[in-house]
Ligand binder design. Structure first.
Ligand code: NQM
Length: 362
């Protein structure tokens, strides 16, 4: 017997996945994860028996429900369904899927549409941090179509500005989780940062790379992947994330001088596949590291762009513009602003079928 649950397939930024009301899923998280594995078709490198897209960026789930907290409209729990393992991880949030949360919440009656623009205040349940989305709305409807292009998405759509509140240290406890601007692992200097996403920033040149390599080239370099994973396991522990062997954080961003007029060039392991672009909060975190004097990225970044309100983080398919301000304080550094623009698209809505037994039925 099969059983179904309601879901919307949406593109959020450069990611794609299912958006689901939390009441549609079992409340027990282990049972919920079994349902989601079956829905996406994991574990299987092709996810052939599910709706997942056979890549970490297209094997994502947003679970959304009304918030009980004052001033917060909805709670958004991000779940990464691992493609080739029977694992569902809540160890990170996702700023790309976040772009779809506001539109979805309005369409599902969790937030009333205003004329022109609707503000949706979202608690990112994975980290507890808050994001505010400004969703274009007209005549009580979400406006998806528009003329805003973001790198990595060939079609334009309506812009959705996102403003992050208090994301610094939301996973690791501090913007600089190790307490240092640089640390050294296996002889390589790194900067560990968390401005919404735990990231270890490394210089591409320290691995004999230019920083312009394609994701396929980097993924094909087994020796490089082993060195990076060895550093990740040590840095993750020192970033207060414990044993990160089975976690999707920290991400590992190789950085280099910009080549296309941007602020900084990047290639990001998320953490084992290489991102075709860069994650939203990943970009915010990398930009934040580059603003900190003495970090491994500071001297590579084009510091004439700092303070301009637009820092373009170059990546394999273009660049990601963020508006980030990090300033020195009496006892360290503080993130004062983290904002950016994304787009989202509703692609399909309906019933997703899984074995009824996973819901505890026959
Ligand atoms: O950093 C991929 C993505 C992400 C995460 C990843 C993200 C973010 O591009 O906020 O969006 O780093 O796993 O969707």
């Amino acid at each position: 017997m099969l059983r179904s649950f309601k879901a919307t397939l949406m593109r959020g930024g450069t990611s794609k996945g299912l958006f689901i009301h939390r009441d549609e899923l079992p409340s027990d998280s282990a049972q919920r994860d079994q349902v989601l594995l079956a829905a996406m078709g994991s574990p299987d490198p092709r996810q052939i028996n599910g709706v997942g897209g056979a890549h970490p960026l297209t094997s994502k789930v947003a679970v959304i429900g009304p918030s009980s907290e004052d001033g917060i409209d909805v709670d958004y729990l991000f779940l990464q369904v691992v493609v080739d393992k029977a694992e569902v991880s809540d160890s990170q949030t996702c700023g790309n899927m976040l772009a779809g949360v506001g539109p979805w919440a309005i369409e599902h009656g969790l937030v009333a549409a205003q004329e022109g623009e609707t503000k949706v205040t979202i608690k990112m349940a994975n980290t507890g941090a808050i994001a505010v989305a400004y969703v274009p709305t007209r005549d009580g409807q979400v406006v998806y179509e528009g003329d805003c292009y973001i790198s990595g998405v060939p079609t334009p759509a309506a812009p959705i500005p996102l403003d992050f509140r208090d994301v610094a240290g939301s996973s690791c406890g501090a913007l600089l989780p190790t307490g240092n601007v640089t640390d050294t692992y296996d002889g390589v200097d790194v900067t560990c940062v968390d401005n919404g996403m735990p990231v270890v920033v490394l210089r591409a040149e320290d691995f004999g790379l230019t920083g312009n390599e394609s994701p396929a080239e980097l993924e094909g370099n087994t020796a490089l992947k082993e060195r990076i994973e060895a550093i990740r396991l040590q840095a993750g522990r020192d970033m207060n994330l414990g044993d990160v062997a089975q976690k999707t954080v920290p991400k590992m961003s190789l950085v280099a001088v910009p080549t296309s007029g941007g602020y900084l060039n990047s290639r990001t392991f998320i953490p084992h596949r290489v991102h075709e672009a860069i994650g939203v909060l990943g970009a915010v975190s990398v930009a934040s590291a580059a603003m900190i004097e003495g970090s491994v990225a500071y001297g590579l970044a084009d510091q004439s762009k700092a303070g301009s309100g637009q820092l373009d983080i170059e990546h394999p398919t273009g660049f990601f513009s963020v508006d980030v301000v990090v300033e020195p304080t009496a006892d360290g550094y503080e993130a004062r602003k983290s904002a950016l623009i994304r787009t989202a698209m509703k692609l399909m809505q309906g019933d997703v079928f899984v074995p009824a037994s996973l819901f505890g039925g026959a």
